[in-house]
Design a protein around this ligand. Structure first.
Ligand SMILES: C[S@@+](CC[C@H](N)C(=O)[O-])C[C@H]1O[C@@H](n2cnc3c(N)ncnc32)[C@H](O)[C@@H]1O
Length: 306
């Protein structure tokens, strides 16, 4: 049983060494650098919610007049201040130790950067934080809202046949996959189906859900679902191009595999709130195959979640 406190804190404390891994992810860092460079105009005021080591605030500071960088974790506040003090234009960034769920800048800002993104929009509080920020910002300053980086998130689910044998050891467990690598251990059984598209400037629901059908394209054993979250970091309206970034794919094993054939219709249903633990997805997951309905029992769900 998870308690309310655990659920509220979930995903909000990421240790420093994990931030170093995030900095080491060149696709991620290049993507945000390009997006921030595209969106921030000379003289802008920028707010970053969840600044971590301050890297994205640093990118913004190369053009902005002022950057407010809000971070809750004191270890990271110290790290960001240290790193920024040795980087060019770092003095334009004010690192503020505060909870992004309550903080508002002292003046209106042109751009808000917020990367509290986890696949499925699970665990981290992106939806909750941005929704709360928008309401409080509009109350204090009126419109218009700033531009958000990322601008939007698109989520999809895909049935797969996953090899869960590791050197002969069978372990059907949750796996992460690099979206840019060829997945030799996965066989795609159908195309991904989009279940959610949201723009951060528009009003959005914090519920992530789907009740839809997938037409199987390949014969195989449906034993897992792949969860895909693509984030549109910035949109260039002149060229019609976007800067995109996928979080790592998640492979969710299904407790009871189904033998499927091309042309079969499989229904998938789930419903959770953004920021919920992964178990909220698996707890609500139902798969319908023909007339057969599967609702995973508590015991099976526990197995999935390890
Ligand atoms: C995924 S990290 C991204 C860090 C940084 N923006 C980057 O790209 O390297 C999310 C950051 O948000 C911070 N955070 C999470 N919840 C927060 C909250 N309620 N208020 C302020 N910071 C928060 C975490 O401590 C973490 O540093």
């Amino acid at each position: 049983m998870r308690n309310k406190f655990e659920s509220l804190e979930l995903g909000q404390f990421i240790p420093l060494h994990y931030h170093h891994n995030m900095l080491n992810d060149s696709v991620r860092v290049k993507g945000f650098k390009e997006a921030i460079n595209m969106v921030v105009k000379p003289g802008d005021k920028v707010l970053e919610l969840g600044g971590g080591t301050g890297a994205q605030s640093f990118f913004a500071a190369q053009k902005a007049q002022k950057v407010f960088c809000v971070e809750r974790n004191p270890e990271l506040v110290d790290a960001a201040r240290n790193f920024l003090s040795t980087n060019i234009n770092g003095e334009k960034v004010e690192v503020i130790q505060a909870d992004a769920l309550h903080y508002l800048p002292p003046e209106p800002v042109d751009v808000v950067i917020c990367e509290m993104l986890h696949t499925g929009l699970l665990r981290e509080k992106q939806l909750y934080v941005i929704d709360s920020f928008k309401k409080r910002y509009l109350e204090k300053f009126g419109g218009p809202l700033p531009i958000f980086v990322p601008e939007a998130s698109i989520q999809a689910v895909q049935p797969v046949q996953q090899d869960f044998y590791f050197e002969g050891f069978y372990a059907p467990t949750i796996l992460f996959q690099d979206p840019r690598s060829i997945q030799e251990r996965s066989k795609d059984l159908a195309d991904p189906e989009i279940f959610q598209m949201l723009s951060y400037t528009e009003p959005f629901s914090q519920t992530c859900c789907w009740d839809g059908k997938v037409v199987i394209a390949e014969n195989g054993e449906l034993n897992a679902l792949r969860l895909i979250t693509k984030n549109i970091l910035a949109i260039n309206f002149e060229t019609g191009s976007t800067v995109d970034w996928h979080t790592q794919y998640i492979i969710l094993p299904l407790p009871t595999p189904l033998s499927v054939a091309a042309g079969d219709h499989i229904s998938i249903r789930f419903n959770y709130q953004g920021g919920d633990p992964l178990s909220a997805l698996t707890d609500s997951l139902e798969v319908y195959f023909g007339k057969e309905t599967r609702r995973w029992s508590e015991e099976e769900t526990l197995n999935i979640n390890g």
